[in-house]
Design a protein around this ligand. Structure first.
Ligand code: URA
Length: 283
């Protein structure tokens, strides 16, 4: 066991995110009956490991680039046809594009909603603003509000671990941000007016970063970005778009900390995202 794994064990983040041959067949999650809430979340069309893909892939790529890095069962988790958007791009106030530093300053001084009254500080993002992966979560929690960076608590450690498992370095290869830049008190769900007040900041961040692929984590981020009320289970496994940028949905790491069996599905999402990314950059 290496040092990273040891630390992971100590902070309760095991099992470790290492791709192994036949991993899915052996994983305990495959032998457990699904929890009632996971069952309810499962969409009718979601391919299981044993099924063949129900539809052609949204991105066509040479067979050699498909599922080349995964266990054989993962071939069943092909991207299905691009998700239908329930409505056109969400209405967004189009403010002039600020420079990156100006944007950061605008966020830091924002008084656009009531969250400015209770926050310790705003949380703009972390990672490489030139990265080709953009990871989007929900909103800062207690630790993030304290430290001014997204995903720095236990969920963040798991996220870094997950990204490392598909070969992504969080300082170099990804930028991580949230839909909301301020912590909702007591980590309550963000309200509609708070989302509206904040949405132009994320739009501008995306315009600057111009990522190749967005990974939306959790129901809130996914539904907000896709202007959808579909369950996370319905939104997973498809290639969506946000502001024209390809977007893939997966579980929120905080949810995974409470629902370990769904780590297997999350791993499928990550492999799908990595494969899609490689196709998008023509590898
Ligand atoms: N959860 C989120 O969605 N974002 C964070 O930054 C931390 C926890």
């Amino acid at each position: 066991m290496n040092r990273r794994q040891l630390i992971g064990d100590v902070i309760g983040l095991g099992p470790h995110w290492l791709a192994r041959g036949n991993w899915f067949a052996d994983h305990p999650a495959r032998r457990l009956p699904p929890a009632a809430d996971t069952l309810a979340e499962e969409p009718a069309g979601m391919p299981t490991a044993a099924e063949t893909p129900p539809a052609p892939t949204a991105i066509s790529a040479p067979a050699a680039t498909q599922a080349s890095t995964s266990a054989p069962q993962l071939a069943a988790f092909e991207p299905v046809a691009e998700a239908k958007r329930p409505s056109p791009t969400p209405a967004m106030p189009t403010k002039p594009l600020l420079g990156w530093a100006e944007l950061e300053k605008a966020v830091a001084n924002c008084t656009g909603c009531r969250l400015c009254e209770t926050r310790t500080q705003t949380v703009f993002g972390r990672g490489n603003p030139q990265a080709r992966w953009l990871i989007i979560g929900e909103a800062p929690g207690e630790q993030e509000d304290r430290q001014g960076k997204p995903f720095v608590g236990r969920a963040g450690q798991l996220l870094d671990n997950m990204l490392a498992a598909i070969g992504l370095d969080t300082e170099r290869d990804v930028y991580i941000a949230n839909v909301l830049k301020c912590r909702p008190p007591g980590n309550r769900n963000p309200s509609g007016d708070e989302i509206v007040a904040c949405q132009d900041y994320l739009r501008q961040q995306i315009e600057h970063i111009r990522p190749t692929l967005i990974l939306a984590l959790g129901r809130f981020a996914a539904q907000t970005l896709l202007d959808s009320t579909d369950s996370i289970a319905r939104l997973r496994g498809k290639l969506h778009r946000y502001q024209g940028v390809p977007l893939i949905v997966s579980f929120h790491p905080a949810y995974l900390l409470r629902n370990l069996p769904d780590k297997a599905k999350s791993w499928q999402d990550l492999v799908f995202a990595r494969r899609t990314f490689r196709q998008l950059i023509g590898e």
